[in-house]
Design a binder for this molecule. Structure first.
Ligand code: NAD
Ligand code: FES
Length: 274
């Protein structure tokens, strides 16, 4: 059993939860995730380990409450318990000192970006972080990411904060300017955003890494639920990823798979009244 020691609302439907999980806190590396199951018989949910404090024996999870299972998890109060937290799973992020790096976070994907920015900053990279949301209230972790980055650029689609438009706006301006063009780009967010970032960096040949969130069931490479086409190979995001070379990912195939169970999910939400 894993005790909840803090549960904070960061934005609409987005919680930051801190759990006691000493072994995971000690072993985890940036980019890895855990499979969380609230109680016996509940759905397993893959969640990126947002941060960890090995001395305190805690891990931080950023959880978007979008379905029945995630709503139940975020409603666990401080002092309550989560039955299963399995991990750390997945490959750690390949971190090196590229020099100038741009980290792009779209909406809730910004939470997954946070541990990558932290690890890249610790490796001495000069980081520009670009984060965006539909409006100001969907922009998350700006202070935390600003503290780790040389520059923080914010975009909102309605112009309520920062640049008006998508995160790809400031990124394309940077790529076009030789004095600001990055050596590497990390992008985490909705599939159309990651595809758009890959399209911007492909021609100039800028190394680009995306973190994917396909449907996961077991998280151990057994079920094949998280398969994704990367170049000529079929990869399992849970054991081969979740990070991949953006220029090789079949984003259209990933979109199709992510929407294949919409009808069943809607029926389940209706049955569970959420
Ligand atoms: P959203 O749709 O509100 O988009 C957030 C931002 O992403 C936008 O404001 C924009 O700046 C950028 N963006 C979106 N579409 C774009 C496009 N076509 N071109 C350029 N930029 C674009 O996102 P949200 O509702 O906060 O996030 C939900 C989505 O994020 C879900 O689809 C979820 O599956 C995905 N997600 C992905 C990860 C991951 O690990 N990759 C993690 C969490 C959530
Ligand atoms: Fe089952 Fe990856 S989640 S193979």
């Amino acid at each position: 059993m894993f005790e909840v020691v803090s549960n904070e609302i960061l934005a609409e439907n987005l919680h930051k939860m801190v759990l006691v999980a000493p072994r995971i806190a000690k072993a985890r590396k940036a980019g890895q995730f855990v499979m969380v199951r609230l109680a016996q018989g509940e759905e397993r949910i893959p969640l990126t380990i947002g941060d960890a404090d090995p001395a305190a024996g805690t891990i931080t999870l950023f959880i978007q409450a979008i379905g029945a299972s995630t709503r139940k998890i975020v409603s666990t109060p401080v002092g309550g318990f989560i039955r299963d937290v399995a991990g750390p799973l997945g490959k750690e992020t390949h971190i090196t000192n590229w020099g100038r790096v741009v980290c792009v976070g779209g909406g809730v994907g910004t939470a997954v970006l946070f541990p990558l920015v932290k690890a890249l900053a610790e490796a001495g990279n000069e980081i520009t972080t670009i984060i965006g949301g539909r409006s100001e209230r969907y922009v998350i972790l700006a202070d935390e990411l600003g503290a780790l980055s040389k520059n923080l650029l914010i975009t909102t689609e309605d112009g309520s904060l920062g640049y008006k438009g998508f995160v790809t706006g400031p990124l394309s301006e940077m790529i076009a300017d030789p004095a600001r063009a990055p050596q590497a780009v990390f992008a985490v967010g909705p599939v159309p955003m990651m595809k758009a970032v890959a399209n911007l960096t492909r021609e100039p040949g800028i190394e680009t890494i995306v973190s994917l969130n396909p449907i996961m069931i077991d998280g151990t490479g057994m079920c094949g639920g998280c398969r994704v086409q990367v170049g000529t190979e079929t990869k399992f995001a849970c054991v081969d990823g979740p990070e991949f070379d953006a220029h090789l990912v079949d984003f259209d195939g990933l979109s199709d798979r992510l929407t294949s169970y919409r009808k069943e999910e809607a029926a389940r939400h209706a049955a569970e009244g959420c």
